[in-house]
Design a protein around this ligand. Structure first.
Ligand code: NDP
Length: 316
């Protein structure tokens, strides 16, 4: 740890909708928040093209533009927004210690964790290219399903998310092909049944994605049947990936209670964690809703909880 040790009342880790909303509330409450943007400033919305479901944008907005507006709103009230990645924390005593970029140590009375989660991807070159160009590859059916109304789409995965998203897509799309690598689902029986009984969904068990086809937009998927070694192509205009998410919480696990997957556990109806003065918001604690608007809502909760905590402790 270095010699420098700045002290702050409120330190926010992460710069998605949760972190910036926490910053807006904390700054307006005069908590003088410092926000570290992390490795991917702006978070998951930076790889989202059109956001049409965030209230207040009747014409929709590009994900990166929306995050720039969040940032500007936080800075308008003097949030100190900084580049930097929090590499470790020490929550063993008060004030909490936070190390940035493995070299700068600072202390904080209240820490708000908004480090989000990352969708898992197959890792195919074609998948990444069409994802990054907004060409029709998505990890969020609720966000992007609407763009494929009346069209044929494919979705990879065999868990509860895959079944839930396939069912959601079947209400909008003409056909949903679900690509499952094993000969069975991992999902719960009830979720499987909904998929298997749905006329608009075709399940392709024992199939693996070889390539997402199309130059500027998705045109199809090349599949391998891993039982017969037969290759086939299906024509689709959207390709959805639902193979799980990973919460960005590794550095907190030594201190904070998490579930089996790593999502941080908070107290009921509160953003408080098991460590006093440490609050969590957004997808780092949410395996269920995972929406920008729900992340923003919990960012607000974390700032209000932090403000009450600091007031009760006589620190604010
Ligand atoms: P899971 O980890 O449960 O499932 C991931 C699925 O993706 C598995 O079928 C897995 O296949 C498949 N997969 C992983 N990697 C690849 C790959 N490289 N290629 C092809 N397929 C792959 O994640 P979920 O997001 O579905 O669920 C996370 C948690 O959230 C679970 O506990 C789930 O129960 C819960 N959840 C509950 C819901 C509800 O109850 N309403 C809704 C959504 C989620 P394999 O089986 O072969 O390993």
């Amino acid at each position: 740890m270095s010699e420098e040790a700045e002290h702050h009342k409120c330190l926010i880790i992460g710069s998605g909708p949760a972190g910036y909303t926490a910053a807006i509330y904390a700054a307006r409450a005069d908590m003088k928040p410092v926000l570290y943007q992390g490795e991917e400033p702006g978070g998951q919305l930076m790889i989202t093209t059109d956001v049409e479901n965030y209230p207040g944008y009747p014409q929709g907005i590009k994900g990166p533009e929306m995050m720039e507006e969040f940032k500007q709103q936080a800075e308008r009230f003097n949030t100190d927004v900084r580049f930097g990645f929090v590499t470790s924390v020490d929550f063993s005593s008060l004030p909490h210690k936070v190390v940035v970029d493995n070299k700068i140590t600072m202390t904080a009375d209240a820490v708000i964790i908004s480090t989000g989660a990352s969708a898992n991807w197959l890792g195919l070159e074609s998948e990444m290219r069409l994802r990054d160009s907004g060409g029709g590859v998505s990890a969020c059916a609720v966000c992007d399903g609407f763009f494929y109304k009346g069209q044929d789409v494919a979705l990879v995965g065999g868990g509860d998310s895959a079944c839930e998203e396939a069912t959601y897509l079947s209400k909008l799309c003409s056909k949903v092909s679900v690509i499952v690598r094993k000969d069975h689902f991992r999902a719960s029986k009830i979720m499987q049944a909904r998929v298997l009984e749905n006329d608009k969904i075709e399940v392709l068990f024992n199939h693996e994605t070889q390539e997402v086809l199309g130059e500027d937009g998705v045109e199809g998927v090349r599949l391998l049947n891993n039982k017969t070694n037969e290759e086939t192509e299906i024509a689709v205009t959207g390709f959805f990936v639902a193979i799980g998410h990973k919460p960005n919480t590794d550095i907190f696990k030594e201190w904070l209670d998490t579930d089996d997957v790593g999502y941080i556990v908070h107290k009921p109806d509160s953003s408080a964690t098991n460590i006093e003065g440490v609050f969590v918001s957004g997808d780092a604690a949410d395996s269920v809703y995972r929406q920008a608007v729900t992340a923003a809502g919990t960012g607000c909760m974390a700032a209000l909880d932090a403000e009450r905590y600091l007031t009760d402790k006589g620190l604010h």
